[in-house]
Design a protein around this ligand. Sequence first.
Ligand SMILES: Cc1ncc(C[n+]2csc(CCOP(=O)(O)OP(=O)(O)O)c2C)c(N)n1
Ligand SMILES: [Mg+2]
Length: 388
Amino acid sequence: MTTTPQAVRRASPRNRRRPATPADPARPLLPGAQPVSLLDPTGAPLPARTDYPEPPGDLLRELYRRMVIGRRFDTQATALTKQGRLAVYPSSRGQEACQVGAVLAVRDTDWVFPTYRESMALVSRGLDPVEVLTLLRGDWHCGYDPAARFTAPQCTPLATQCVHAAGLAYGEAHQGRDTVALAFIGDGATSEGDFHEGINFAAVFKAPVVYFVQNNQYAISVPLSRQTAAPSLAYKGAGYGVPSEQVDGNDPVAVLAVLTRAVEHARAGNGPFLVEAHTYRMEPHTNADDANRYRDGAEVDAWRDRDPIARLEKYLRDRGELDDDGVAAVAAEAETYAADVRERMNAQPTVDPLSLFDHVYAQPTPQLIEQREQVRAELAAAEQEGDA
Ligand SMILES: Cc1ncc(C[n+]2csc(CCOP(=O)(O)OP(=O)(O)O)c2C)c(N)n1
Ligand SMILES: [Mg+2]
């Protein structure tokens, strides 16, 4: 039998019909190769994106207003540490787009799970600033009523809030409510076990949680390069089957657009969503930290050029949605706000020492009752001595 050249061509492996490649199941979970950005660093618009539509103008003006007030609050809180009125304050200056954009993306009845870094987010949510600062003054529990404000206490143990958020979101969905839980977390805390356990639980049980990683480049003095080898922290979601995105965290328009979509995804019953925002903490870790020991001024200056408030202000001005009068009115409102915080924080709080034992357990343990009685007796004895 002879073989014609045509027959050789037909039989060659290159011409054989390939089996259809199955769709890559990881692809829809992966973040974009670059962070989503809708404004350039100067505040000029970048091409619109159909996947992340720009939020309406009135919302952007409100975002600007809350960012300006938030920054003024932050400066005031730092000043209060210097006056001995606050034990400690972790500033979120530079992270305003994340702090405010995130709370604007959720409803008042959605639950927020903040860390110690989120005082600005909480005041932007409308919580009383003095109640928010009470924890950091160190005199009365978390300062506000979490159930009344749909806001968990600010968490200092890293990443524990990720588990709380998963549990709450699962419970809410189980009871037929469409509540979303928004869990803030830092870049460093994504190395903690609780982050992985929380996101895994949320993914498996389709709990409506948005995990919002503010990658401010440092965990105290530890830079991101010593924290992870992943190209983006958003890749940590894909490993758990969680769709993820990365966003320019100093672009307020993009942060709000991406988080709006993440919240919609969770609310629609699709389970959790992870967003990594690339941002920068302009101040030291807290007032007790000396950032000069681990980063140089040139790095800080480079991020100053991406200032989120200046960017949004420029964008709104160019669109004719903000003018000198508008800027001055917001600045005046921020001053009034700060003066009120200052005045109220300067008043000496009266605290009942026995309230230390409240809210520890729903039902106090025998040991706690005994300890409370001991303190009560000591206080009574001291009072008698004072009277004598
Ligand atoms: C479980 C636990 N380990 C260590 C600490 C000490 N600690 C407090 S803040 C911090 C750095 C966290 O960095 P990151 O998650 O990036 O958040 P950021 O402070 O930058 O907002 C560490 C290690 C802690 N609070 N809890
Ligand atoms: Mg950090």
